[in-house]
Write a protein that binds this ligand. Sequence first.
Ligand code: DQA
Length: 143
Amino acid sequence: RRLLLVNGPNLNLLGTREPDVYGHDTLADVEALVVATAAERGFEVRAVQSNHEGVLIDAIHDARTDCAGIVINPAGLTHTSVVLRDALAAVALPVAEVHISNVAEREAFRHHSYVADVASVHVIGQGVAGYATATQQLLDNLT
Ligand code: DQA
C-alpha cells in the first residue's frame, strides 16, 4: 500500500528558505521522515514536489489508482487554489493537510485554506515534525 506526499511551490528551497519561519530541515529530510513514518505501518511513499500547479494536479489524479491517501503541504496554493482543492475532492482519497508554520498566527492572507474542508487531518505549526504527525493520523484513519 502507498501514500502520496505532495509538497507545493517553494518547498524545494526548504532549509535555506526563511529558516526563521520554516527551520533548517530540507525537502529531502521531509521526504525521508514521511517515508520512515509510513514504513512503520508497511506503507510506501511516492513523493512529489513542484512549483507548477498542474504538475501537482496530475500527481493527485495519478494517485487515484494506486494510493490509499495523500499527505499534502500545498504551500502558497493553500490560500489561492480552487483547482488544487477540486483535484483532491475529485480523487476522493483521505487527505492530511500539513503546514510547517502556524499560518493562523501569520498574515491574514494565510488564514484561509481552500484545502481545509477536503482534508480529514490538519497539522499546523509543528514544524517539519508535523509531517510525521500528519502521516500517523492519516494512517490511523486508514488502518
Ligand atoms: C506553508 C505556509 C504557507 O502560507 C506558505 O505559503 C508556504 C508554506 C507552511 O508549511 O507553513 O509556502 O504551507
